[in-house]
Design a protein around this ligand. Structure first.
Ligand SMILES: [Zn+2]
Ligand SMILES: [Zn+2]
Length: 444
């Protein structure tokens, strides 16, 4: 018998935590923080009881077998060291809501992820772009390969999402196959990867899928027969940026999400073809250089923030930008917003493309737009996000045609549906679905 316990992240976007338990092993995924309205980063974190505090406020799951001895004892949980079965994690991708908690695990817990995710994770740790500390015992698996622990086999499969290294998994236990999509889209650089994921996983006993895009309005998924037309693709964004270079004489500012490394790499080429150099902050530059060492890397002197950069990076001064603003595009993280103050009279436009603050539901977003308006810098939104629109969610489910569909990672998972499935289960937090000989039932 395989037991699939849904701890967290069912009716919210973040903090998905599911445990697949067999006779010999426990495979868990993912390990980000729950989005919690109870937390305020203005309240000081208590380093000596970080794990306990996070668990007690519901940011991390109260689960046995994953925490170190002291926090586990304080929380009345079994520690990792007390396990009799093999406990391990699969992490689908490097978004905070899927991996932010890794540093809270016991040091010995094996954490598997795609090879590219691990490569990025190592850089996030090196750049201090993670919560607290990094987890050491991580294992990178190339796309398409399978690893085994106890009686569980996990095949790591590429899927398209707005972060490098994104993957889903096909988990095989003695009782059947469970597919976990992680987050995905069909409008990225590799729509074929998402399609292939669905085809590879066809006929799975269980499909656990994200449902972010049906979170915010009424959607009747069964009636969807054609793709939504208002989807900007990664390729389109590149074209829009070429166009922007031609239409503007001055400096362009972009605010992308820095873990979507491939977009930055592609933008470097796009801008280069238009006679402009992309100038980055040292963190963004580090991520691009890690994956694309042949790219010309320019960094901005005023956003170095005391960091040393490799000698082969070319440092660009504000004077250079002011002399020839039409020869450059500046990538600017929200944290470095005041860099605009030195340049506002030579800036043509600010392009917001999936960087923080993400949208109008964040307080900072209004501050950003008010700031730009005050300085007379035109703002343009040109983001595209990482989640499939509803038609494509349905396409994934229809392609896999699972015996049991379990949607989560959505404010309204009940809106994820398909007529190509055996049954659908909508578990509540803490509930377990039992898988036996390929058949699922909610445990009473
Ligand atoms: Zn994601
Ligand atoms: Zn997510």
């Amino acid at each position: 018998m395989t037991r699939i316990t849904f701890y967290k992240g069912l009716k919210e976007i973040g903090g998905t935590f599911v445990a697949v338990e067999t006779e010999k092993a426990v495979c868990m995924f993912d390990f980000g923080f729950s989005v919690s309205g109870r937390c305020d980063d203005r309240v000081r974190l208590r380093q000596e009881s970080l794990v306990e505090d996070y668990v007690r406020i519901g940011m991390l799951p109260a689960a046995d077998g994953i925490y170190a001895e002291k926090p586990a004892k304080n929380l009345g949980l079994k520690s990792y060291g007390q396990n009799t079965k093999e406990h391990f994690f699969f992490i689908s991708h490097m978004h905070i809501d899927h991996m932010g908690g890794l540093g809270m695990l016991d040091d010995e817990v094996p954490v598997y992820m795609s090879e590219d995710s691990l490569r990025l994770y190592r850089r996030l740790c090196a750049m201090g772009d993670i919560q607290q500390r990094g987890h050491e015992r991580c294992i990178g698996i190339p796309y398409g390969q399978t690893f085994k622990r106890g009686d569980i086999a996990v095949e790591v499969l590429r899927i398209d999402h707005d972060v490098i290294g994104a993957s889903g998994a096909r988990i095989t236990t003695p009782d059947g196959t469970i597919v976990y999509t992680g987050d995905y889209r069909f409008h990225g650089f590799y729509p074929g990867a998402s399609k292939e994921f669905g085809e590879t996983c066809q006929g799975a006993d269980v499909l656990i899928t994200e449902g972010v895009s049906v979170s915010f309005g009424d959607v009747d998924m069964l009636s969807l027969t054609a793709p939504e037309e208002d989807i900007r693709t990664e390729e389109q964004l590149q074209q829009e940026m070429s166009q922007a270079c031609r239409e503007n004489d001055g400096l362009l500012i972009i605010n992308p999400y820095n873990r979507n490394v491939e977009r930055l790499h592609r933008l470097i080429g796009t801008f280069e073809a238009e006679g402009r150099a992309l100038v980055m902050d040292p963190v963004q530059a580090d991520y691009v250089a890690e994956f694309y060492p042949d790219d010309d890397i320019y960094v901005y002197e005023k956003t170095l923030n005391g960091r040393n950069v490799p000698e082969w990076f070319k440092v660009v001064t504000p004077e250079k930008l002011r002399e020839n603003p039409g020869n450059y595009v500046l990538q600017l993280d929200y944290q470095d917003l005041y860099a605009i103050l030195d340049l506002s009279d030579v800036i043509s436009r600010y392009y917001h493309m999936d960087g923080a603050p993400l949208g109008s539901y964040e307080e900072s977003y209004h501050k950003l737009t008010a700031f730009l308006e005050y300085l007379g810098v035109p703002y343009q939104y040109c983001g595209l996000g990482g989640h499939s629109r509803p038609y494509y969610l349905k396409l994934m489910v229809d392609t896999v045609k699972p015996g049991t569909l379990i949607p989560l990672h959505s404010f309204r998972p009940e809106q994820v549906n398909s007529d190509q499935i055996g049954q659908r289960i909508l578990p509540e937090e803490g509930q377990t679905v039992v898988l036996e000989r390929g058949e699922c039932r909610l445990e009473a």
